[in-house]
Design a protein around this ligand. Structure first.
Ligand code: GLC
Length: 553
């Protein structure tokens, strides 16, 4: 590369900052669109739907794992990081999809799952076939069992999906897994592991991928070179950077190495960390020397409440200023109950996501859910989100106002969280049901065949066909708002406006773009300005309860 090019790369260009205020649409590929009628969504299905994404008006797609996988954890158990699951297509299909997205002006972020491989990854098979102490076992976290023959686990640790976190391999040794037993954790102290992931990042960057979403970014670095504590002792340790398992300060050494890889490209590849850490530790993941951006799940965990929203927004804009990154906002993803459902449940002070899971556990009783109110609030919340400075991460189906699918027979469920936690966790299948594209048809237009998770009859009314072009539909609201958002986008700041009401939030962006949300029930008289869009109809110029409006002053 010539010096001129190298210099040019260092200059801030619009391309280098595309991610800072992007509207990113998460595609869970197995449930988006099925091009070959086998009941599973695929990459060609995404290519076919690029016109839909263009019309929706998003800036980027984040693609959940599409790699070869036995689906022990919905694809987050990766057999081969540099390939495509044959059920989803081929590398050639991936290239066609990437080109189609890019030709339409849409960037592509892919999911990287570095904390663990699947148990079918060639490295893990080699580790099982190799003796204790071998280089192959050093890529993972193997320990001798306790007791005379190593018949007891090295520690009593619980995995995230329930059940033990250590699994015996039959020769007195056990391996560690944070998640399902099919997801053995990698040993990130091993230089070979580090080198292989840098290779993976280059592999996809070379194919034109614009950025990466880093799964469990706070889990990679571990310090197990000590007597293993008990689960109770682990739980009692502070998560201040010195915890043996989570959010260790030295994890950022890995991301500094990755940043060097990202910066080999022009524009530099981006990354966003999935790190469920205390909010005051999030800025480290968003550092420009590391991943550059981090998810903020605070709004996702909040109730539909003006006070909570205001505090969270102010706090996170402060964090962004501290890290130099931009803020991220999320209400729904493939791991949580959809926000149109959460907001229709009685509030339980600041734990909206968890409250959704509790409702699922009770069998999703319709008597407890006000679906209409939930959707109305979800639309108001999303419209507020889209006016905020920073990136908005949207999850497939929320633009249709989809509710969580609560009723899925046990025999048809797929999520390990359901199977490993009987009666404690209903799992995440209810937000992963294939999208309805048409009012009718074997899988509501998802494909020519069936659907790998059962779709309920009410999907017909939420289908793209039922909503496209219909004034007042959720799809129309998203399309209008996203089009306005790209037209109105302004410098990354906002100021709160005085509303005189504790249950009404209003803020203005530097160019006069103003968003007003009424979290209460009593109508609010809007300030002067042209109303650009509202999440529900206005009542004689006033904003009704559970509604947002955008104005241009
Ligand atoms: C992340 C993913 C989740 C997955 C887990 C283990 O939290 O979002 O879906 O189960 O990591 O990879």
């Amino acid at each position: 590369m010539t010096d001129t090019l190298a210099e040019a790369r260092l200059l801030p260009t619009p391309d280098e900052t595309w991610w800072r205020q992007a509207a990113v649409y998460q595609i869970y590929p197995r449930s988006f669109a099925d091009s070959n009628g086998d009941g599973v969504g695929d990459l060609s299905g995404i290519t076919d739907r690029v016109p839909y994404l263009v019309e929706l008006g998003i800036d980027a797609v984040w693609l959940s794992p599409f790699y070869p996988s036995a689906l022990a954890d919905g694809g987050y158990d990766v057999d081969d990081y540099r390939n495509v699951d044959p059920r989803l297509g081929t590398l050639a299909d991936f290239d066609v999809m990437t080109q189609a997205l890019h030709a339409a002006g849409i960037r592509l972020i892919v999911d990287i799952v570095p904390n663990h491989t699947s148990d079918r990854h060639e490295w893990f098979r080699e580790a099982l076939a190799s003796p204790k102490g071998s280089a192959a076992r050093e890529r993972y976290i193997f320990r001798d069992g306790a007791g005379p023959d190593g018949a007891e686990p090295p520690a009593d640790w619980e995995s995230t999906f329930g059940g033990p976190a250590w699994e015996p391999v039959g020769d007195g040794q056990w391996y560690f897994h944070f998640f399902a037993k099919e997801q053995p954790d990698l040993n990130w102290n091993n230089p070979e592991v580090r080198a292989d992931f840098r290779r993976t990042l280059r592999f996809w960057s070379d194919r034109g991928v614009d950025g990466f979403r880093i799964d469990v970014a706070h889990g990679l670095a571990k310090d197990l070179g000590r007597t293993l504590p008990t689960q109770a002792e682990l739980d009692a340790l502070p998560k201040d950077g010195s915890h043996p398992l989570w959010d260790r300060d030295d994890v950022h050494e890995i991301y500094a190495e990755w940043r060097a890889v990202f910066n080999e490209y022009a524009p530099a590849r981006t990354a966003v960390a999935e790190a469920w850490v205390a909010s005051d530790r999030r800025a480290r993941y968003a550092s420009a020397d590391g991943l550059g951006q981090a998810f903020n799940f605070d709004l996702l965990e909040a109730d539909f409440d003006a006070g909570q929203f205001r505090d969270i927004i102010a706090f996170n804009l402060g964090l962004a200023a501290e890290s130099g990154s931009s803020t991220t906002w999320v209400f729904s993803n493939h791991d949580v109950v959809r926000h149109a459902t959460r907001y229709g449940l009685p509030p339980r002070n600041g734990a909206a996501a968890k409250q959704g899971s509790q409702w699922l556990l009770r069998g999703g009783p319709a008597s407890e859910l006000d679906a209409e109110l939930g959707l109305r609030r979800a639309r108001a919340a999303t419209l507020l989100e889209l006016a905020l400075p920073g990136s908005a991460y949207l999850y497939q189906g929320e633009e249709l106002g989809l509710q969580e699918v609560a009723h899925i027979p046990a025999a048809e469920r797929q999520d390990p969280a359901f199977f490993r936690n009987p009666g404690v966790d209903m799992g995440r299948d209810g937000c992963r049901v294939p999208l309805p594209w048409t009012r009718t048809g074997p899988s509501y237009g998802f494909g020519a065949g069936g659907s790998h998770l059962p779709q309920p009859a009410w999907f017909t009314g939420y289908s793209v066909e039922a909503e496209a072009g219909v004034a007042g539909s959720t799809l129309s609201l998203y399309r209008t708002a996203l089009a306005l958002r790209s037209r109105l986008q302004a410098a990354e700041s906002m100021e709160w406006l005085e509303t005189g009401r504790a249950d009404v939030l209003a803020f203005r962006r530097p160019n006069g773009w103003t968003s007003v949300t009424n979290f209460g029930t009593e109508a609010f008289t809007l300030p002067a300005g042209e109303v650009l869009v509202s999440s529900t109809g206005l009542e004689a110029g006033s904003l009704p309860g559970a509604a947002t409006a955008w104005l241009q002053a």
